[in-house]
Design a protein around this ligand. Structure first.
Ligand code: PSZ
Length: 503
């Protein structure tokens, strides 16, 4: 089976990469021929069989579903029985290389053989069907499962955690952990909760419901529940008609690219944004609405793949500490390896761990890691029915094992280099179409010259068999699985080159 896959790969390289005749393709071809595919029997390349995507079957399924559901956001119906590795197969039979992976949430691609094997184990199956209320009745092996999965990859310095179902739910509960921590600090050691607090919280009044606030950044996305949505500022469609809370919003740095040609301006941009953060904290503290915490993504994803420097994050952490606010790093989209480190904030060399790190997507289960002082001191304060799902944690245990066994973080770094070099070259060749390539690992984006150009690139890539996605106003983003290899990267670059040459 393995030999078969190697041959397929060799054929593919000769057919698709060399035949394309690009210099870049020829340079990498020799290296590729020796590369071991991580997923046996993956398709050797994309194949488009309909004149447009979505094709007729997808369209008829959309029609059927729209009788029942709101379907405006649905792009395509997929055949998950046929999708494999880095490839999705749609219901019309189109095979596409997926560099978007369900909004960055498939760590090992589709139908990974090691994940499928989990279903052959009867104990696992029982865990999948007997979903417990984990906050009250965890199973015998729950602590072990956590140690082998989430705790085996916990961010340096964070030894405690709370599991949840999704990203929004993780952030929302992390906010609560921050408020309780802040209130405990205010009360002082050994203080008890007063009767007045217990009664006033029942009617949403002070002192039981304190007017704490949480600082977020323009361009951020933290989820769609009420607190998260107040901290989200990426697109109006997310927020329209929903009441929000008066929380401080600071500007997130906007860098000029290439970075090495704009170091002075970008450092000045950091300084200005950080000054605003501290001003806002002072302002909100002064008006009696203390800033209990700051929430930030290591790379603003939905907002357009906006990056900030390690120095920015180091200084932000200092500002948080100076003002007694907690620092929450939202790694829902960046966590789980796509930046080449397990956690994106590990790139920032923070002198100490952030107070809380939230996760979901590639981690399969939602939740957060935190410092010990952010664990509630009583039960039922951070709680819900499921508090996650053991089935997801069993799968994550396997994902973590495969990431280590197959050196997937190194693979991500290697692949990221191929993509960055290729994109930088294409950006020089087609400056009228694309610019501002940026990224870490395979968590990469580049801008189209405007929104229409971006949309055209994503659309034309699709018709050449590449499923990518947009973010922000005009960015194309890459969110491949961790099993995306250099030969896939080259395939992507070849197709992009061909799209750009036809624009
Ligand atoms: O449109 C949407 O609701 C989308 S599109 C991508 C996301 C949501 N990402 C989810 C997300 C995230 O990227 C970050 C940085 N933080 C929190 C969330 C919320 O996670 P979920 O969607 O699981 O609630």
């Amino acid at each position: 089976m393995y030999r078969n896959a190697i041959n397929q790969l060799k054929n593919h390289v000769t057919r698709n990469t060399l035949a394309a005749g690009s210099v870049r393709g020829q340079q990498t071809a020799a290296k590729l021929a020796n590369q071991r595919p991580l997923i046996a029997n993956e398709p050797s390349g994309p194949m488009i069989v309909t004149d447009s995507i979505p094709g007729p079957v997808s369209n008829s399924k959309l029609e059927e579903l729209s009788q029942i559901q709101e379907t405006h956001s649905i792009q395509l119906f997929l055949d998950y029985n046929r999708s494999l590795g880095n490839y999705i197969v749609d219901v019309d039979g189109n095979i596409l290389l997926d560099v978007y992976t369900q909004i960055s949430s498939m760590p090992l691609g589709y139908s990974h053989p090691d994940l499928l094997k989990l279903l052959n184990n009867a104990d696992n199956v029982r865990s999948f069907i007997n979903r417990p209320a984990l906050g009250a009745f965890p199973g015998t092996d729950w602590a072990d499962r956590l140690k082998n999965s989430l705790m085996a990859v916990s961010p340096p310095g964070l030894q405690h955690l709370c599991t949840m179902a999704c990203g929004s739910c993780s952030n929302e509960n992390a906010f609560k952990a921050i408020y309780m921590w802040y209130r405990n600090k205010e009360r002082g050691p050994g203080a008890t909760v007063t009767q007045e607090e217990l009664e006033s919280c029942m009617v949403n009044k002070q002192p039981g419901s304190p007017p704490y606030t949480l600082l977020s950044f323009m361009g951020a996305f933290h989820g769609r529940t009420m607190g998260c949505l107040t901290a989200t500022h990426s697109k109006a469609i997310h927020k329209l008609d929903i009441p929000s809370i008066d929380w401080p919003m600071a500007p997130f740095p906007k860098y000029k690219y290439p970075l090495e040609e704009h170091t002075r301006e970008n450092a000045e941009e950091d300084r200005k944004c950080l000054e605003m953060v501290e001003d806002l904290i002072h302002q909100y503290n002064k008006k009696g609405t203390p800033v209990a915490g700051i929430i930030i993504e290591p790379i603003q994803a939905e907002g357009g793949d906006n990056h900030a420097s390690p120095e920015f994050f180091q200084n932000l952490q200092q500002i948080a500490k100076r003002n007694g606010s907690a620092l929450l790093i939202d790694e829902v989209q960046t966590g789980g390896g796509p930046t080449g480190k397990f956690w994106a904030h590990e790139h920032f060399n923070l002198p100490e761990a952030p107070d809380i790190v939230t996760f979901s997507k590639k981690m399969l289960t939602g939740g957060y890691y935190c410092k010990k002082e952010f664990l509630p001191t009583q039960g039922y304060r951070i709680y819900n029915t499921w508090m996650g799902d053991p089935g997801k944690v069993i799968m994550l245990e396997e994902v973590v094992r495969v990431i280590k066994r197959d050196n997937l973080l190194e693979n991500v770094q290697e692949c990221g280099d191929v993509l960055m070099k290729g994109l930088n070259a294409l950006e020089k060749q087609y400056p009228q179409h694309i610019n501002s390539t940026r990224g870490r690992g395979t968590f990469i984006a580049f801008d189209g010259s405007d929104a229409a150009k971006r949309d055209a690139i994503v659309g034309k890539l699709k018709m050449k068999g590449i499923h990518s996605g947009g973010c922000g106003d005009k960015a194309v983003r890459l969110r491949p699985a961790l099993i995306f290899q250099p030969h896939h990267a080259n395939m992507f670059l070849d197709k992009l080159e061909s799209v750009l040459s036809e624009l």
